[in-house]
Design a binder for this molecule. Structure first.
Ligand SMILES: [Zn+2]
Length: 180
């Protein structure tokens, strides 16, 4: 899958890259029929990171480029790696929350510190637990040194100190895994 463009770590970088190098967003092939040479097909708008919206109500919606396949007629879009496909908080924010929990801090402490409802934090945490074996397998196949991390906590703390969560998710999306 090529749903996510890696290396775009912030919304500011996304906006600048769309202006300076829009070609970098064009997927190498159609995700449906795998034909290369997709056509530009405008943009759709997406709400920005919830943390940005909460601190800056005037922040405009973010443009996400769309593409049309001349072979099968399907459309697709390409997200910058800083924006999760289906969650309203940035990967960077989720990474901070998960690292806090991995440090053995409590859900209650996490809720107080980050001002996110407990059910959301619990959902992210349960997602990480349930997907870890698959994610670990794929990430270790790319970065064999991560095999030295012996357990759940040490794997994620060690891996997140080497690579942002956003870039891990872009890599796993590229491997065809479902990313929230
Ligand atoms: Zn196609």
């Amino acid at each position: 899958m090529y749903r996510i463009l890696s290396g775009i770590m912030t919304l500011t970088q996304h906006i600048a890259t769309l202006l300076s190098n829009p070609e970098s967003y064009r997927p190498p092939q159609c995700p449906t029929c795998f034909l290369a040479g997709l056509w530009k097909h405008g943009f759709y708008t997406r709400k920005a990171d919830r943390c940005v919206i909460l601190t800056d109500e005037s922040h405009p919606p973010i443009l996400i480029p769309r593409y049309l396949c001349p072979g099968c007629g399907h459309t697709c879009s390409r997200l910058p790696s800083c924006i999760p496909p289906g969650r309203w908080y940035s990967w960077l924010f989720q990474q901070k929350v998960l690292l806090y929990l991995l440090g053995s801090y409590t859900l209650h402490g996490c809720q107080t510190r980050f001002a996110v409802c407990r059910s959301t934090i619990r959902r992210w945490w349960n997602w990480l637990i349930s997907r870890t074996s698959v994610f670990e397998f794929n990430l270790r196949s790319r970065i064999p040194e991560w095999g030295r991390f012996a357990d759940f906590e040490s794997f994620w703390i060690g891996a997140l100190n080497c690579m942002p969560l956003s870039e891990m998710m872009a890599s796993l999306d590229h491997d065809g895994l479902i990313i929230p």
